[in-house]
Ligand binder design. Structure first.
Ligand code: PLP
Length: 253
């Protein structure tokens, strides 16, 4: 069959049997903004909403094969990358991105679950920074991930977090969206950092909601908006609004 011409987001990430996070969330989010998806699974996980019970990484070559087939079958306008599980999978994904530099990639640097289980093997952060981040149009760490990526203490104040973000930016990253969900205060603020531009802040009221998979949702919504030819700034604004509205509905339920 011929190439499918509608813009797609290629979702690269792990499955979560509970449906709270991972590729189920990604597909749900991207579909709900009217963009089609295709898929490369990096790991199978066995999870409830309380715990990650098992992690089974997919063979790296098979991840790359899924990505190449998805790119061949569809007009892929953006790639959303989530859980990668191992350094070898990171290298395989980076290899396919290098062959497709015209496609915008959004990386949610998933390091651990909310329940505390590592979702990326120890020692693989270096590969993520060296091999993958320079190829991504946007990286979306939360404050915990940001501190781990620059190997320093968690910083919940805005100036400290921006300093850590600048450090990551200097390590050959194109743009970073620092997610302020783990900070406190009445507003939830995310900050977009790019080397040649002033930081841009995006904020919404902070809601008393706890919901799994919000990081997956935000990066997916941004990738979906990029596939719809929005600018990075617009895509982030729309993505943040999308997650806020989801949380609002969750509080109301
Ligand atoms: N499982 C998978 C496959 C994920 O991709 C993620 C986060 O991206 C998680 C679990 C963690 O989700 P949460 O922190 O909401 O538990």
């Amino acid at each position: 069959m011929a190439l499918r011409r509608e813009p797609h987001v290629l979702v690269v990430g792990g499955s979560d049997s509970s449906g709270g996070a991972g590729i189920a969330r990604d597909i749900e989010t991207i579909s709900s903004i009217g963009v089609r998806t295709c898929l490369a699974v990096t790991a199978l996980t066995v999870q409830t909403h309380e715990a990650v019970l098992e992690i089974h990484p997919v063979q790296p070559g098979l991840v790359a094969d899924q990505m190449r087939a998805a790119l061949q079958a569809n007009k892929v306008a953006a790639i959303k990358i989530g859980m990668l599980a191992t350094a070898e999978i990171i290298v395989a994904v980076a290899g396919v991105l290098r062959e497709n530099l015209q496609v915008l990639a959004v990386l949610d640097p998933v390091l651990a679950s909310t329940s505390g289980r590592p979702l990326l093997e120890a020692g693989a952060i270096a590969a993520m920074k060296r091999d993958l981040m320079p190829l991504c149009r946007l990286v979306t760490p939360n404050l915990i991930e940001l501190a781990l990526l620059v190997d320093t203490e968690l910083c919940v104040d805005e100036d400290g977090a921006v300093g850590q973000g600048q450090e990551l930016l200097a390590a050959d990253t194109q743009a970073i969206l620092i997610k302020g969900g783990h900070a406190s205060g009445p507003r939830s603020t995310d900050i977009l950092l790019r080397s040649d531009q002033e930081p841009i802040r995006f904020d919404t009221p902070r809601l008393a909601a706890s919901m799994r998979g919000t990081g997956c949702m935000l990066a997916s919504a941004i990738a979906g908006q990029l596939a719809n030819a929005r600018s990075i700034e617009d895509a982030v604004r729309q993505g943040k609004l999308f997650v806020f509205e989801k949380l609002q509905r969750n509080v109301a339920e």
